[in-house]
Design a protein around this ligand. Structure first.
Ligand code: CTP
Length: 398
């Protein structure tokens, strides 16, 4: 039930706008107070009169309508949740780049509440690299992207790009409000991304980690009320979220120092970084010149951050690690759980389709200290982050 919850629904120009009519009805029926903001082109798809009748409030469209303009900041502050459904390609591109040529965009840019989007577009537009880049940008700003469905599209083609169904959106909103702030007052430490171990001023030893899983976890925790300390490796897109304090590091040693110094104050620590296990014994001051046929580089072990935190762990602190495996996955993951004194290990196998570096999906199995294990299907990294955070909650209450 959504009694007393204030939902601001933004509608942009897409055929899927017809679904918003149903959505408004369902939200109002569930007890929510709904206000609607439309882009001018959305009016070509649904009538403001229908929406104002169903929401029982005037629908706002014009940027230069004096009352609406004065209200645009207040609306973003009034709402408990802003949902843009459908999100067209055009509005997505503008949101990703901070453009502000209509009221919906002005409200979006002023919103202080969580913002969700439900994209709707034809399959080819959905798969265009710009769309992917813009959606990642929104996720980086802390917005939640609801997954699109597969099926018949307005073009007559069948494929990905359908706006999420109103029933599913409502389920997600109800779930969000019933569980949204479970981590309020909690501090969560997260490591993410690769480390770069320098060989000389130009070269380093690194790995393919994109940091996406750790960033998804940071956003999920922050959206559920946690104060997040994110220790983020190099080469990873920066993110700005009021609930996330980002510390940038390069090497395994810098990551170790940043994580250990922040652990004492943390209720939960999640080690999602792909930390180098070895680093060069010496770093050449000048660029290493080409010499003989081969080159041997002496390496020394880095310190294991997860293992060190496992040794420092106090009662009441919960420690989560990852295990990336290519063989003997389960046995190796359980061994890591025990050896590093973690409470939970998230296993991802490079053998699984849809799991691994640089992609937007993952497939995980979660093992916990009580001997439970749970295997999940392939999901987006933000959905996997939700599963991991739910599992942490369950373990905390166990
Ligand atoms: N980890 C860490 N510090 C390191 C190495 C790993 O904190 N120096 C953490 C990772 O963040 C991850 C977990 O340990 O949470 C497991 O990492 P993984 O690379 O799978 O395992 P390793 O312990 O490095 O063992 P191996 O490479 O032999 O599989």
């Amino acid at each position: 039930m959504l009694k007393g919850k204030k939902i601001l629904l933004g509608i942009s120009g897409s055929i899927a706008a017809y679904k918003s009519i149903l959505l408004v009805r369902m939200l109002v029926k569930a007890g929510a107070e709904v206000r609607v903001v439309m882009t001018p082109s959305a009016k070509d798809f649904v009538s403001p009169l229908t929406l104002s009748t169903l929401s029982r409030h005037p629908v706002l469209v014009d940027l230069f309508d004096e009352a609406a303009w004065a209200n645009h900041v207040m609306l973003g502050r009034w709402a408990d949740l802003m949902l843009i459904a459908p999100l067209s390609c055009n509005t997505l591109g503008k949101m990703a780049n901070g453009l502000c040529d209509n009221l919906l965009l002005a409200v979006y840019l002023s919103a202080t509440c969580p913002v969700w989007v439900a994209p709707a577009m034809d399959e080819d537009m959905w798969h265009h690299p710009t769309t992917k880049k813009n959606l990642l940008a929104l996720e980086g700003y802390g917005n939640r992207v609801l997954p699109v469905g597969k099926g018949e599209l307005a073009s007559g083609l069948v494929g990905d790009g359908r706006m999420a169904e109103p029933e599913d959106i409502l389920d997600n909103i109800e779930q969000f409000f019933s569980s949204s702030q479970e981590f309020a007052g909690k501090k969560v430490l997260i490591t993410a991304g690769p480390t770069y171990e320098p060989l000389d001023p130009v070269r380093f030893i690194g790995n393919h980690s994109s940091g996406k899983m750790g960033i998804a976890l940071a956003l999920e925790m922050a959206n559920r009320g946690a104060a997040v300390e994110l220790v983020l490796g190099p080469g990873v897109q920066h993110l700005a979220h009021p609930g996330i304090n980002v510390t940038r590091v390069k090497t395994a040693e810098e990551m170790y120092d940043a994580a250990v110094s922040r652990f004492k104050d943390s209720n939960v620590a999640i080690m999602a970084a792909a930390v180098a296990d070895y680093t060069p014994v010496t770093v050449a001051e000048e660029k290493i010149k080409k010499q003989e046929e081969g080159l041997v580089i002496a390496l020394k072990k880095t310190r294991d951050i997860l293992k060190s935190l496992g040794e420092l762990k106090q009662p009441g602190q919960l420690l989560v690690g990852f295990a990336l495996e290519t063989n003997n996955e389960e046995a190796n993951a359980i061994e890591k759980l025990q050896k590093k004194n973690a409470d939970m290990i998230v296993l991802n196998s490079l053998n699984d389709q849809g799991a691994g570096f640089g992609i937007d999906t993952n497939k995980v199995t979660i093992f916990d200290r009580s001997g439970n294990s749970n295997a999940y299907p392939v999901k987006s990294k933000s959905a996997v982050a939700r599963d991991i955070v739910d599992a942490i909650l369950n373990l905390n209450h166990a």
